[in-house]
Design a protein around this ligand. Sequence first.
Ligand SMILES: [Zn+2]
Ligand SMILES: [Zn+2]
Length: 277
Amino acid sequence: MLPAGENLNFVDTHMHTNLSNDADKRITIDAYCVKAAKVGFNAIAITEHIEMNAWEKDGFVNTFEKSMTANTKAKEKYPFLISGIEMGQATQNIADAEKVLQDKRLDFVIGSIHELPGREDFAFLNFHNVDVNLLLRENFLEILRLCKWGKFDVLGHLTYVLRYMSKAGITVDLRPYNDIIAEAFKTIIAKGKGIEINVSGYRADYGKTFPTLKYVKLFKDLGGDVITVGSDSHAMHNFDRAIRSDLKKGAQIALDAGFQYYTVFREHKPTKVKIET
Ligand SMILES: [Zn+2]
Ligand SMILES: [Zn+2]
């Protein structure tokens, strides 16, 4: 283990604890922070799932409150900690999403799409029973809608749906959606927002980042300046693996796309951290 301070350009701004219902029941903020302090992280962000389409129905009101209370307390002990959320489906409940965003305890918001209106979460969809091309078009149009709203700090895992398509043995060509993706990028670039390189794909059948270098480079070439890298850890072994390899590979993708700095948000204000591998 490296002594504290030796890796101060390490960041990971996408992590779930046991407050997220799909995470390991044993994983806590403290466990991540103790590990991050040992490795010498510049910043880590706890970003629990807050699914706005199920805000009241599935208890996300409570999850949000518990998370903000726990993050705020932990920040006193761990100054590198960022209090974030992964806000899912803001487009499906904009009124509550905008109320959540007013909370002053919130430093950082990842805007994600995990399911489409009237459809199940991608994790539970049977891709052999749907028109995959239609689904992909709907997905990127929904992401474009999210970007037009644009009140998050970074767009999470642009190509997340491919995690489950790949698991179902379906390979796809994203080129038909490049125009929609480019429009989504231009929309958030104009608002000074960023995208995330989500390295959780290395742990899945997909084996690549969400999105891949090609799209990170497109974002950069269109004038994008704000990039984050996140492990999307749901357990300590995910974070361990991220520290060993995945975050470094993510950093390399950012560098290959032409970025020299990560952006880290506190109180939604961006600061830059030099990317090193
Ligand atoms: Zn997600
Ligand atoms: Zn996540």
